[in-house]
Design a protein around this ligand. Structure first.
Ligand SMILES: NC(=O)c1ccc[n+]([C@@H]2O[C@H](COP(=O)([O-])OP(=O)(O)OC[C@H]3O[C@@H](n4cnc5c(N)ncnc54)[C@H](OP(=O)(O)O)[C@@H]3O)[C@@H](O)[C@H]2O)c1
Length: 349
């Protein structure tokens, strides 16, 4: 292996706040058989990365442990290929999906997780794409299958996943209500094509939702967890579906560390769904975490293939990105935790 200090990565040695995000020099990794080394130009930041840093992300503990380099997605150019990889020349612009390890200047990835970057996407947009667009794709088209005309409510609609959900749900012909937590996000969600936007910081969320869907929603997508989950379920009409994919409201918006008593209380207060009630009420509750589906390469490739086709046809747009130098990762984490950001945050090594 070539040993040099030209590579850099973010390393978290133990659970904690922003001070745990260390920029470290590293060796440039060499690709093994069937692998590709990507010289990274942009790394996507996801809300989940902050929970990896806090030591609360179960699959990070299961697959990596400590120390860990967070990051699920990168874009850059092919720097080297391992034996058996003959279809990607050095220098080809690509993006890739990683199960952790993405916050780095050089990343080695198995070939099936690497995709050619369309010329129409910048490296920053390409790095911002996989995690949130695949999450939205999986929630809508693998789990929920909304019918045309269905009433769909998307929580946190201006965020990374939310922005993708609004666009894909509109593309599927549904009537979309986006919910946001700040007035500054309303215009973002309208521009994404939502039919209705509820700013829950200024109006009563559920009174407003009831005026839009008096009989309830066919589909609600909720990554808030305890703050809205019970009411989301109640506001489904039969046979409605609730897709659960996150629990952000359990965590603080400032400070970077869990409030353990609140976390424990929120855990207890998180709704449990009874199968007898679900059956009698004809409602479904679906849930997933994409990081456990990493091995399902066929799903990944189908999702990315469809997403790139929709982008190429102009049926959805690329993520709106805000960039930070890799060394400013702490600021990026603080910003995504604050609940103030829209679209995606991207680190540039
Ligand atoms: N299951 C999966 O496979 C999967 C994959 C990707 C993402 N996720 C989850 O999806 C959610 C969105 O992820 P993202 O990366 O796209 O982030 P994001 O939506 O860009 O940012 C998080 C948003 O969550 C909302 N929020 C609600 N309570 C919050 C709190 N206490 N602290 C901070 N934010 C809070 C805020 O929007 P509003 O105030 O406007 O609501 C905030 O802007 C996260 O919960 C994430 O863990 C799950």
């Amino acid at each position: 292996m070539q040993v040099t200090t030209e590579a850099r990565k973010i390393v978290v040695h133990a659970a904690g706040g922003y001070d745990k995000l260390r920029v470290e020099a590293a060796s440039v990794p060499a690709p093994g058989r069937g692998q590709v080394r990507i010289d990274v130009k942009a790394c996507g930041v996801n809300y989940a990365d902050t929970t990896v840093r806090m030591g609360l992300y179960a699959s990070a503990k299961e697959y990596v442990g400590w120390p860990i380099t967070p990051g699920f997605e990168i874009a850059g150019t092919v720097g080297a290929v391992g034996e058996g990889v003959s279809d990607l020349a050095v220098g080809t612009p690509v993006f890739a999906v990683t199960r952790f390890g993405g916050y780095a200047s050089h990343v080695v990835v198995d070939r099936p997780y690497v995709f050619r970057k369309p010329a129409s996407l910048t490296f920053e947009q390409a790095a911002a794409l996989p995690a949130v667009y695949m999450t939205a794709w999986y929630a809508l088209f693998e789990l929920a299958h909304p019918r045309r005309g269905a009433k769909v409510l998307v929580h946190s609609a201006a965020g990374g996943v939310g922005s993708a959900l609004v666009q894909m749900a509109k593309r599927a012909g549904t009537e979309v209500t986006g919910v946001v937590g700040r007035a500054a996000k309303v215009g973002v969600v309208k521009a994404l094509g939502a039919d209705h936007v509820i700013d829950k910081s200024t109006v009563d969320l559920w009174r407003e939702a009831e005026s839009i869907a008096p009989q309830g929603f066919d589909l609600i997508l909720d990554a808030n967890g305890v703050s809205t989950l019970g009411a989301s379920y109640k506001h489904l009409r039969r046979p409605g579906k609730l897709v659960i994919y996150g629990f952000a409201s359990m965590l603080p918006k400032t400070g970077g560390k869990p409030n353990w008593p609140k976390l424990a209380l929120d855990y207890v207060r998180t709704p449990r769904f009874n199968p007898l009630d679900l059956t009698n009420e004809s409602k479904s509750v679906l849930a997933f975490n994409l990081s456990y589906l990493f091995d399902r390469v066929e799903l990944l490739q189908e999702a990315i293939g469809e997403i790139l086709t929709w982008l190429e046809r102009g049926e959805i747009t690329a993520p709106q990105v805000t960039t930070y130098p890799l060394g400013d990762v702490a600021r990026a984490h603080a910003d995504i935790e604050s609940g103030k950001t829209t679209g995606k945050l991207v680190l540039v090594p």
